[in-house]
Design a protein around this ligand. Structure first.
Ligand SMILES: [Zn+2]
Length: 709
């Protein structure tokens, strides 16, 4: 796709002004409001229809196109790539909606009901024929919710000193506990100052593999440690792993126990995605009945992964109570997402992964284009790419697919500074055959793309290593008497996105307040307290740093002699220099070719590979010119692949240049942690401000020395 990389200084407020001035805010932001539509879920009409349900790949090569598809209010999957986005078509009316909007598509699943039945049959056959899957738990079939509870109880009982059962701070809408398990050496000592890796599943109820993978990693950690595995011994001595396999407990229980219809209809509760809350906007006739038996069917509820306060209310989330991406009545309004927010707010969660299905993706912040690249983009990308080298997923910033406001990591990263990722596991369906989506994807076995590379198991180990890596977070060192508690706290108020209203207009951002607090209890003497950086990435500003030298001179690419056949590629290399000669903050490859009226008649696509041969960017859309922009390009030899996607001839051949720019300067301010020390009775003895950046360690001396001594 053609990257759209907002530059430093493009504040969100400026964006609002521009959008409002242009008078096209809602569609530009990809909002899915219910303007021009009554409050009845149009999807209800589908219940009576006996059309075959299909999954289709809608041609949508740019982010703008994909945002427009999302704006149509169809059942959009999380499966999108540089050419399009997959949509579930329930009936002829859905197809007409797409057609009227000018979209074309190809069918990827002709009959979803038949496929779902085939998968269920395959699951039964697999479970009957295999005694042990090779997974850490040995399981051969999808767990019911009770299985998660009993597995966590069993692990707590088998490994008492290495585990601590965890109950999140809020109950679900239906009054259930949200349960997890903590794993580390001496796990009961929560205030041990270790950095934390948080792994979660099932924000979305129907995405069963996301919970399975989370649970299996708990078995993996404990079995590896007990077997004497050196990596597990090392990591669990200096970091903590918290696993919450099922965040959306209510929805998950409904999805797992529903009688499968396999047709994705509104009353097919197996396909429920959201939680069980009833929006204030729900018409009265849809507010009665239970979550698993009501007139709105599976469509009641809030999308927990559109409800987090960070950038809540923007594009890529629906204002319509019955839509599958409904954002909820207010930022953080749902008890389940709020419970996760509270957990992250009181632990030093330095790395977080929220598992989902499906699309073979490792997604990093930002999830919404208007925020621009994260200031930590090089580090975020490096970890995302490293994890993707184990499961062979595509690693990219989330917004590069389409906007998603209110997602977990867009709150956790921008507010707490902890690195956050979404894994979209597998490449076919929300809960496809167990052998593929769980066994294959977890262990890295065929037919998973990560076969032979280590699979998600190895990706999670890398995340654990990153969570423990002090180059990627911050450390406060000092001394404190035994049983004294050293705390870092911060109360910060941030803005949401400019809030898209139900009528499609854009209102002011809302303010919300976060209280972050992490405690460490001293054993006496020197301490190391692992924390996230004191400054929110949100106020630290966008990607930027001081230039250490001039940028490199531009390069004209030499197009190889001849033109590859349609479908074929040709390659050209170029050299990127580095310090001390030049300091390249940005690399822009720009390629164009003679244009005709029909942009599809001649279409070149471009793929850029870095010095290590790994892909670093692509320009594979219908745009002409195609532009590939890379921040902080590493020095070395780059290879550009020019793919003749359609109609490239000698007459319509490409030419290109590589230009370099200095880095954007650093922007924003610094924030401090408030560091306090309390004695064992809770009397605060000392307070001070501590500024500590990512990768830094700050020695505060005696943290408990009274301020006036
Ligand atoms: Zn999901």
């Amino acid at each position: 796709m053609s990257p759209r990389i907002p530059r430093a200084g493009a504040t969100r407020l400026a964006t609002v002004t521009a959008l409002v001035a242009a008078g096209l805010a809602a569609t530009a932001a990809g909002a899915t409001g219910n303007a021009g539509r009554d409050d009845a879920p149009r999807e209800l009409a589908r219940a009576a229809a006996d059309d075959t349900t299909q999954i289709v790949m809608v041609k949508a090569p740019t982010v703008e196109d994909r945002n427009e598809v999302i704006g149509l209010g169809l059942d959009v999957t999380e499966h999108a790539d540089r050419r399009g986005i997959e949509v579930v078509l329930h009936d002829a009316e859905d197809a007409q909606t797409l057609r009227d909007a000018g979209f074309t598509w190809r069918v990827t699943v002709k009959d979803l009901e038949a496929l779902t039945k085939k998968n269920a049959k395959a699951d039964r056959a697999y479970a009957a024929s295999v005694a042990d899957s090779g997974l850490p738990s040995g399981r051969t079939s999808y767990r019911q919710y009770a299985d998660y509870l009993s597995d966590m109880e069993q692990l707590a009982s088998d490994y008492p000193s290495l585990t601590r059962p965890l109950t999140l701070a809020n109950k679900t809408v239906l009054g259930e506990d949200i349960r997890g398990i903590e794993v580390t050496v001496d796990a009961d000592n929560v205030k041990d100052g270790k950095p934390t890796f948080l792994l979660m599943g099932a924000h979305h109820a129907r995405e069963w593999p996301s919970a399975e993978h989370t649970m299996e990693f708990a078995f993996d950690l404990l079995q590896s440690y007990t077997a004497g595995d050196a990596r597990a011994r090392d990591l669990l001595s200096r970091s903590r792993v918290i696993l919450v396999p099922v965040v959306n407990v209510d929805g998950f229980k409904i999805s797992r126990t529903a009688a499968p219809l396999g047709n994705f209809s509104v009353f097919d509760y197996e396909m429920k995605r959201k939680n069980c809350s009833i929006s204030a906007n729900t018409p009265a006739q849809y507010t009665t009945g239970s979550c698993d038996n009501n007139l709105a069917g599976r469509l009641r509820g809030t999308d927990l992964n559109r409800n987090y306060p960070g950038f809540w209310g923007g594009g890529g989330a629906s204002t319509n109570w019955s839509n599958d991406t409904y954002r909820g009545d207010a930022p953080g309004s749902e008890p389940e997402s709020d419970a996760v927010r509270k957990l992250i707010s009181e632990r030093a969660v330095t790395v977080m992964i929220s598992n989902h299905t499906y699309s073979n993706l490792v997604l990093r912040p930002p999830a919404i284009a208007s925020t621009g690249f994260a200031i930590d983009e090089p580090e975020l990308k490096a970890l995302g790419d490293a994890m993707a080298s184990k499961n062979d997923y595509v690693s990219q910033a989330s917004y590069q697919l389409y906007d998603t406001s209110g997602s977990t990591e867009d709150w956790s990263y921008w507010i707490t500074g902890g690195f956050g990722y979404t894994f979209e596991i597998g490449d076919e369906g929300f809960h496809p055959a167990y052998e593929e989506a769980v066994v294959g994807e977890y262990l890295g076995q065929a037919p998973a793309d990560g076969a032979g590379l280590g699979g998600n198991r190895e990706a999670y180990w890398l995340a654990t290593e990153a969570a423990a890596d002090r180059d990627l977070h911050s450390v406060i060192t000092g001394t404190a008497p035994a049983k004294h508690t050293v705390s870092v706290t911060k109360t910060v108020t941030s803005e949401t996105s400019p809030v898209i209203q139900t009528n499609g207009t854009v209102g002011e951002p809302l303010l919300y307040t976060d209280k972050l607090r992490t405690d460490y209890t001293s054993e006496g003497g020197r301490f190391d307290f692992d924390v996230n950086p004191s400054t929110r990435p949100l106020v630290m500003g966008r990607y930027g740093r001081e230039a250490q030298g001039p940028p490199q001179a531009p390069i004209t690419l030499v197009n190889p002699v001849g033109v590859p056949a349609v479908g074929g590629s040709e390659y050209v290399t170029f050299e990127v220099q580095g310090m001390p000669a030049v300091d390249n903050g940005w690399l822009d490859v720009s390629i164009d070719w003679p244009a005709t009226a029909d942009p599809e008649a001649q279409d070149w696509d471009f793929f850029l590979y870095g010095p290590d041969g790994e892909p670093v960017g692509s320009g594979a859309t219908l745009a002409n010119p195609e532009v590939i922009t890379i921040p902080d390009p590493q020095p070395g030899t780059y290879t550009l692949e020019a793919n003749n996607y359609a109609g490239g001839t000698a007459e319509y051949d490409w030419s290109g240049t590589v230009a370099f720019r200095s880095p954007d300067g650093p922007t924003g301010t610094k924030e401090a942690w408030l560091l306090s020390c309390a004695d064992k009775r809770g009397n605060v003895l000392a307070t001070r401000e501590v500024i500590v950046d990512r990768g830094e360690a700050v020695d505060v001396g005696n943290a408990c020395k009274r301020n006036k001594e």
